[in-house]
Ligand binder design. Structure first.
Ligand code: NAD
Ligand code: USQ
Length: 382
């Protein structure tokens, strides 16, 4: 298949581009490299030394023999993105290309607006470009489990049957997101659903949980293919942050009482989920929603697992309750359905002590790159 991977220089996008390329798909990465610019803005870095996109793609060619086409462009530039889609005529467009940090969207008014502009405008451009230039192209869009929030009922996959005053309907599952970033994903989902309904676009919205891990089969082939590994309080996510904190001897930063529960998945499953979605396209006019995670954990459970893995490797790992910079629920009910990707053949990599040890070992090899001042949170929701 001809597949465009928008956001293919990022944490999820890079290993996905490699995975699809390794399976013989013709991959084009579209990325404006803004994530690397945000590193400069925040004074942060990937814990792993990632190469430039040009160097990464050249290394992949050397290692695998496969070409990956690269276009440096922003989805917010309609001329650029519509031209690329018109030229390539992709069968699938995988859309990772958004600003994805909740704390980043909460820094101040300017960041909240830029977050909305980048994400909502970029997705609208993609929808119009598909409609006008490649109407059969399947949009595979990365949403988030955070769109639903943490309701006191089971979370369904996108839709819920509701009986109200004697009448029934199948309606979008209610949304209650926890940051301006998560809200952009809600707006995207509504815009995509509308475009499917009025224009007959085919789309899959992948409501992904928090991703952890680093390596995939393809990135392990050569050090130059290594993935990015965020640890700072703005872009680092819970489990990866805890692993790096354990490696550098920092207390694990459990926010508040640590009972916040979310869905999690390994980056190795992210790349497989995208492959499954691309190879099983939605019908014309269908807006399909899959909940993309494999296991649920509370923050306390994650910290305890990292502590055990660290101690087994001789590290003195302490857990510290840290004042929560966010406004979020504690001691809440959480049970989210996630069967559709399993039905299509996903075989999850579960969170084992062996796997934690593998990631921790890489973290321990890169501790000199960590800037300790970036570990504690500074952005607050209030
Ligand atoms: P990332 O920040 O590492 O990568 C995003 C990439 O998109 C970057 O390379 C960035 O330069 C690019 N980009 C951003 N805006 C762009 C634009 N307007 N035009 C072109 N390129 C642009 O993020 P990630 O962790 O790889 O996440 C990818 C997607 O998956 C995001 O949409 C995110 O919301 C979603 N997601 C991520 C996680 C997670 O835990 N990492 C969990 C759920 C959902
Ligand atoms: N948390 C801690 N300590 C930390 C970091 C986080 O206790 O040091 C807690 C947070 O308070 C939260 C939970 O861990 O309760 C998850 O936080 P996170 O930073 O790992 O994840 P989140 O902000 O939700 O965002 C990440 C990605 C985002 C994606 C989302 C999926 O950055 O792009 O959409 O995960 S989900 O969580 O399902 O919404």
């Amino acid at each position: 298949m001809k597949i465009v991977v928008a956001g293919g220089d990022g944490f999820c996008g890079w290993p996905t581009a490699l995975h699809l390329s390794a399976r013989g798909h013709q991959v084009t990465i579209v990325d404006n490299l803004v994530r690397r610019e945000i590193d400069v803005e925040l004074g942060s870095n990937s814990m792993t030394p990632i190469l430039s996109l040009t160097e990464r793609v050249a290394a992949w060619k050397e290692v695998s023999g496969h070409d990956i086409d690269v276009r440096i462009a922003s989805l917010t530039d309609y001329e650029a993105i519509s031209g690329i889609i018109a030229e390539i005529q992709p069968e699938a467009l995988v859309h990772f290309a958004e600003h994805r940090s909740a704390p980043y969207s909460m820094i101040d008014r300017e960041h909240a607006i830029e977050n909305h502009r980048n994400n909502v405008e970029g997705t609208l451009n993609v929808l119009w470009a598909i409609k006008d230039h490649a109407p059969d192209c399947h949009l595979v869009k990365l949403g988030t489990m955070g769109e639903y929030g943490q309701p006191n009922i089971d979370i369904e996959e996108g839709w819920i049957e509701i009986e109200h005053k004697g009448r029934k309907d199948r309606l979008p599952f209610p949304k209650a997101p926890g940051s301006f970033y998560h809200l952009t994903k809600v707006h995207d989902s509504d815009n995509i659903m509308f475009a499917c309904r009025i224009w007959g676009i085919r789309a899959t919205d992948l409501n992904q949980g928090v991703v952890y891990g680093l390596e995939t089969t393809e990135t392990r082939l050569d050090r130059r293919l290594v993935n990015r590994f965020d640890y700072d309080a703005v872009f680092g996510t819970a489990l990866n942050r805890f692993l790096i904190q354990a490696a550098i001897g920092h207390d694990l930063t459990v926010y508040g009482n640590g009972t916040q529960t979310r869905g999690y998945l390994d980056i190795q499953d992210t790349v497989r989920c995208i492959e499954i979605a691309c190879e099983n396209p939605a019908d014309r006019g269908e807006f399909r929603v899959y909940n993309q995670f494999t296991e649920q954990f509370s923050v306390n459970e994650l910290a305890a697992k990292v502590q055990a893995a660290g101690r087994a490797m001789g590290l003195d790992v302490q857990i510290a309750e840290t004042e929560n910079p966010r406004v979020e629920k504690y001691d809440h009910y959480y049970n989210a359905v996630h069967t559709r990707l399993l039905d299509l053949g996903l075989q999850p990599h579960l969170l084992t002590q062996e796997h934690l040890a593998e990631i921790l070992k890489i973290a321990m090899e890169n501790t000199e790159r960590v800037r300790r001042e970036l570990v504690l949170p500074t952005v607050t929701w209030k």
